[in-house]
Design a protein around this ligand. Structure first.
Ligand SMILES: NC(=O)c1ccc[n+]([C@@H]2O[C@H](COP(=O)([O-])OP(=O)(O)OC[C@H]3O[C@@H](n4cnc5c(N)ncnc54)[C@H](OP(=O)(O)O)[C@@H]3O)[C@@H](O)[C@H]2O)c1
Length: 495
């Protein structure tokens, strides 16, 4: 295929799509268009370099606009987080996309799905296979290159965060028997290399390409990653550990919530190994990174605090993207705190707000936040240990412990949407006004339980929220002091 292509990336605000977009941006011969559900999730510096169509695969108009004149379309979408009927949503989404591609005369559709075979596939993997089958159902009208990847080793991938957190936190692990299952992990950079090469690879007809590195058991994956991390770890196989118990183990010690842990563990029970060697045959120039180097690269990205994308970047549902508005039909309960700024610059207050949570903690009464996080984990929520992508920067859609960033206005406003399990909807808003920081916790209660919840946590809010606002302003003040501190004179004193 000609290299001067018009390329559409869907899922460009998700884990893979965000990285692929960054990788393709450096190629001036490609014109990049993104189909995104919320344009504000695309960084301003990227907006100037790409075309963006706002909408989703359920909007015929958005698909028509997104696919007009496109040569190669990437399908990097899934609805796993959207609820119980995710399979049906994914079926419909894929069918709409395929038909719109055919109508627009797209030459090639590239899809990344999961590795594994139907007979032993988990519910999630089965849905990924179905998606591939639907996308490639009309080979006479649309060519499809369908990659299948298993565990992706990269900073921010759910599998890697699980491995990393378990190894960091547990010197000895009692492990279930399926830790002996074989898999072929692949480095995220290799995945991106294959996706990029798929734009130009010369191939007739459809292709299913299994990608992955060396085959190894999950147990070896853990032990070899521990060595890269410089840790000695002992894994003790205990055959009686049930999947349910393993899921609880994961939610306590890793950032992922119960539903995701259960889905991943279901997937780990069957082998995910390559079924064909088309990667080697059609993409001989790509030499998959060895496992240890992939782990080291992922750790370096984490340690540099430069994680590009994470498993929780997707909003799962549009509710994350709402502009917070008071709905006149629903009562809203509030906790409002105002702290005077005494001339502090708004950019410092904004920076202080953006630094809360994650590894740095919640500035005041951290233990109460931790208890709340732990309780959230117990009922299947995200809890606090989901952390944040980077410690200082926030991007719209970023996860921040059990919050999601729902609005950012430079030096003015940060709005966090609660993703903890609460009987209602909750937001935490920081508004920098002329002389004060106004911090408001908003709560739309659901029924009687919602109101009971709000009033039962009221005494804790009194402590936690008041002190949070105060500490943010104190942090901004100390940043201001540091900024204004005169440089130390390093000229040696005369002898
Ligand atoms: N991540 C892995 O470790 C991994 C491993 C193997 C295979 N894969 C495959 O790689 C593909 C991409 O996965 P991912 O992990 O990057 O997903 P992800 O992080 O969950 O992102 C999903 C993306 O799809 C978008 N989206 C969801 N429904 C949409 C719709 N109806 N219309 C338009 N956009 C929609 C989301 O937008 P919002 O931001 O608005 O939510 C988000 O950008 C999937 O097919 C997956 O099976 C991933």
């Amino acid at each position: 295929m000609d290299c001067n292509c018009n390329v559409l990336i869907t899922g460009a605000t998700g884990y893979i799509g965000r990285r692929l977009k960054d990788r393709l941006l450096g190629h001036s011969e490609l014109t990049i268009r993104l189909l995104v559900r919320n344009k504000r999730k695309v960084r301003p510096e990227v907006l100037s370099k790409v075309e963006v169509v706002e909408g989703d695969t359920f909007s015929p108009q958005a698909l028509e606009a997104a696919l007009a004149g496109i040569d190669v379309a990437f399908y990097l979408i899934h609805s796993m987080g959207s609820g119980q009927d995710f399979e049906e949503r994914d079926r419909q989404s894929a069918a709409h996309f395929r038909e719109a591609c055919i109508a627009a005369g797209v030459k090639r559709l590239v899809y990344l799905g999961g590795l594994g075979v139907k007979a032993t596939a988990s519910r999630h993997l089965l849905s990924r296979i179905e998606t591939g089958e639907i996308l490639s159902a009309h080979p006479e009208s649309l060519q499809t290159i369908w990659f299948r990847a298993g565990i992706i080793i990269g900073a921010g991938s759910a599998s890697f965060e699980i491995i990393y957190n378990l190894l960091q936190k547990l010197p000895i692990m009692l492990t279930p028997k399926w830790l002996a299952t074989k898999t072929q992990p692949v480095a995220v950079d290799d995945v991106l290399a294959y996706l990029k090469a798929a734009i130009t690879v010369k191939v007739e007809g459809d292709l299913i390409v299994d990608i992955g590195g060396e085959a190894m058991s999950f147990r070896d994956m853990m032990l070899r990653a521990a060595r890269v991390m410089g840790l000695q770890r002992l894994l003790v196989p205990v055959p009686v550990i049930s999947p349910r118990l393993s899921s609880f183990w994961l939610i306590l010690f890793t950032p992922i919530p119960y539903r995701m842990a259960a889905a991943l563990i279901e997937g780990l029970k069957s082998e995910t190994v390559l079924q064909n060697d088309y990667a080697r045959r059609h993409f001989p120039e790509i030499k998959p990174l060895d496992y240890e180097s992939a782990v080291a690269a992922a750790i370096a990205e984490m340690e540099d605090d430069q994680i590009v994308s994470r498993w929780c970047d997707s909003s799962n549902d549009l509710f994350c993207d709402i502009q917070h508005q008071d709905d006149p039909g629903t009562p809203i309960l509030r906790d409002r705190q105002e702290i005077l700024l005494h001339g502090l610059a708004p950019n410092l207050v904004y920076a202080a707000i953006k630094s809360i949570g994650g590894g740095g903690g919640w500035l005041a009464y951290d233990v109460l936040w931790r208890i709340r996080g732990f309780l959230d984990k117990l009922v299947g929520g995200y809890g606090l240990n989901r952390g944040r992508r980077q410690q200082k920067e926030l991007r719209l859609g970023d996860a921040l412990d059990f919050w999601k960033v729902a609005d950012l206005k430079e030096n003015k406003r940060v709005l966090l949407l609660a993703q903890m399990k609460v009987p209602g909807r909750a937001w935490l808003e920081f508004d920098i006004q002329d002389d004060r920081l106004v911090q408001t916790a908003h709560f739309h209660p659901r029924g009687l339980l919602g109101r009971l919840y709000w009033y039962s946590v009221w005494p804790f809010h009194g402590l936690v929220f008041k002190n949070l606002a105060q500490k943010i302003v104190e942090r901004a003040a100390s940043m201001s002091l540091l900024q204004n501190k005169p440089d130390v004179d390093e000229t040696p004193a005369p002898q």
